[in-house]
Design a binder for this molecule. Sequence first.
Ligand code: CIR
Length: 260
Amino acid sequence: MTDPTYEFTRAITRKPAASIVDGLRAEDIGIPDLDRMLAAHAHYVETLKKTGAEVIELPPLEDFPDAVFVEDTALCLPQGAVLMRPGAPSRMGEVAEMGPTLHRVYDDVRKIEGPGHIEGGDILVTGREVLVGRSDRTDAEGVEELRNIISEWGHSLREVFTPEGVLHFKTDCSLLDGETILSTKRLDASGCFEGYRVLHTAEGEEAAANSIRFNQFVICPDGFPKTAEMLDKAGYDVVQIDNTECAKLDGGMSCLSLRF
Ligand code: CIR
């Protein structure tokens, strides 16, 4: 079964393009600055590499302003990869751009054919199951098509719900180890993590929930000191990375890589 506490040996990232200024966003909180985003992205890639993992760094895609958020294009499991079918029409073409890279590193690559939609940001793989949050980007048909594919690989999928007004399920949570989840209180209140050990983001620091555990590190967005301190006290090796520019496009730590 799924054991996400294993060591990740690889990650895929994509450099931000100048077109990020046209990236999707729920609310306009300013124009993303490419240079600052590039510097933060370099810090992120360097942190992944520091763990000994191989990082496959893909070139920028000017035609797809949100392509830096590679997580939404695929689900990578030990048995194979599944190419997604984004709910955002402007992001659909990113999947074909990711396909060849996944075919190089996986023997088994499947694809969500539709009519449903599903984005990687709505999928949390834990030590015992694959949780998929229905959202504005992920619908029931997309969830069912994914269920059919991954059940062949021995994974059980549980459909859950992304809170109203939240972009993706993982905007509000992340896996710290096979049994431990970092979550906002609002998402945990839905009861979807019953039976797990749940650590809450501090009041007013909900955006810190979009973090990732990558080998020895928990990589968190910078600027959420109470949550970082709580994680540090809980024994995690926390690395904080500037997320100011990605946050303008509703992106965070998980969105920036595929990890396997
Ligand atoms: C979007 O709206 O699709 C992008 N601006 C942000 C995607 C963030 N991805 C993620 O949370 N997995």
